[in-house]
Ligand binder design. Structure first.
Ligand SMILES: *Cc1c(COP(=O)(O)O)cnc(C)c1O
Length: 408
């Protein structure tokens, strides 16, 4: 039986499902969000005024831009949308290349293919799981237009090194290589003493239901440092604003009202998550010689959107999947793989990246496993999860060498 069918079986028996896999645990709402949503609706009950969104949206944008230290923030209906908008602003031709780490959220790479450009994949750093900057530089050609960087599990990529590499090269026609950051998993994280969100050319955030802060299921924000691009993004968001092509990518007023509350609470929600993750790493520290636990870096605030463990060198994908199945079968703890190379998860990406070789990404993608983590977990919750992991890992290690299929 594979991971998906075991997971489906467990989901069908809701009473047995103890832990949804991170990041499916969802957000953290309080009465404050309920009141904000209610107020936004009540303020719209006068039929002469209607559901005018402007003030709530503008306030959310202003507060968000100030929070991340960005020049201009635009509220949108999701990060997927934001990545599409960013790629559209590049005005890509079929020969143009966008470089991105192979370990990624597939939707991030679809944004490149969606605009008809070439997707060039590069290797991850084996410890941070973020883009490997040396490999990034090796992959730059005269067709490179942009670098698309995801801060993978809540830990910032090395933005300064990426900026340095980008500045050493230029496109012969379009000039400087643009850097686009996918900050969907790192809202509130810091790098080099400041918040992520003001680096590079465009930063895209997600407030989807799984993320660090959420706006009733869907939502996002684009932060851009360049005024001309901000105007273009604004046009794209709202039917071209009389100037050109655009459609409707807007966030609603009620979502913005909730987002303002979530933004105020973000640091404390993240702090609880970080505390839980650090306690877990301490509790699992005796396993460190066997598995690679998440690490923090000087000058970076990890916000632990994901708690990623990398299994020992030499373990196969099948063996990792077996461990996931055991966690679910024995303990009802659902673990995720976030993420393998995107071409494993999406056929379109596979078709358009055929022939590219990423041995390190494939090796890490075969061995990464994310244990569920949520800021509201108690010590007892965490003890249950870590004990389950410890037990399943021990069994799997003891089984080393045997044919996994034959174990059933
Ligand atoms: C969730 C996620 C997205 C997509 O965000 P939506 O708001 O759901 O469109 C993009 N990139 C990464 C890295 C994500 O984790």
């Amino acid at each position: 039986m594979d991971v998906i069918s075991v997971s489906r079986e467990a989901s069908q028996n809701q009473t047995q499902l103890v832990w949804k896999g991170e990041p499916d645990l969802g957000g953290w709402y309080t009465e404050e969000e309920v009141e904000a949503a209610e107020t936004a609706i009540r303020n719209s009950m006068d039929w002469r005024r209607g559901f005018l969104p402007h003030q709530e949206i503008t306030s959310f944008e202003t507060e968000f831009a100030a929070f991340v230290g960005g020049r201009r923030a635009l509220a949108i209906n999701g990060a997927g949308t934001g990545l599409d908008m960013a790629m559209r602003c590049l005005d890509l031709s079929p020969d143009d290349e966008v470089i991105s780490c192979a370990l990624n959220f597939p939707g991030t790479h679809l944004a490149v293919l969606g605009q008809g450009a070439r997707l060039t994949l590069c290797e991850p750093d084996p410890v941070t799981l973020n883009i490997d900057v040396a490999d990034l530089e090796r992959k730059i050609t005269t067709n490179t237009r942009a670098i698309l960087v995801t801060h993978m599990s809540g830990l910032a990529a090395d933005c300064n090194a990426i900026a340095t590499v980008a500045a050493r090269h230029a496109h012969p026609v379009h000039g400087p290589i643009k850097i686009i950051y996918d900050v969907a998993r790192a809202c509130g994280a810091t790098y080099d003493g400041h918040r992520l969100g003001a680096e590079g050319w465009i930063n895209v955030f997600s407030f989807q239901r799984k993320k660090l802060m959420t706006t009733l299921g869907e939502g996002g924000m684009i932060v851009c440092s360049d005024d001309e691009t901000s105007r273009k993004l604004d046009q794209l968001r709202s039917f071209g604003a009389g100037e050109g092509w655009g459609t409707n990518y807007k966030l609603t007023k009620v979502q913005a009202a909730v987002g303002r509350v979530q933004l105020r609470r973000l640091d404390s929600m993240n702090a609880a998550r970080v505390r839980r993750a650090r306690l877990r790493t301490k509790a699992l520290s005796d396993l460190a010689p066997i598995v690679q636990l998440p690490t923090e870096r000087e000058g970076y605030d990890h916000v632990y959107y994901l708690y990623c463990v990398v299994l020992p060198d030499g373990w196969t994908r099948q063996r990792r999947d077996h461990l996931i199945i055991e966690m679910l079968r024995k303990y009802n703890v659902e673990c995720k793989v976030a993420n393998g190379p995107t071409y494993w998860e999406n056929r379109l990406i596979r078709r358009f990246t055929e022939g590219q070789r990423l041995p390190l990404a494939e090796s890490i993608g075969s061995r990464v496993i994310c244990l569920p983590l949520h800021p509201l977990m108690t010590d007892e919750d965490d003890e249950y999860i870590t004990s389950a992991f410890r037990d399943c890992l021990k069994l799997e290690v003891a089984r080393r060498g045997c044919d996994l299929e034959a174990c059933y």
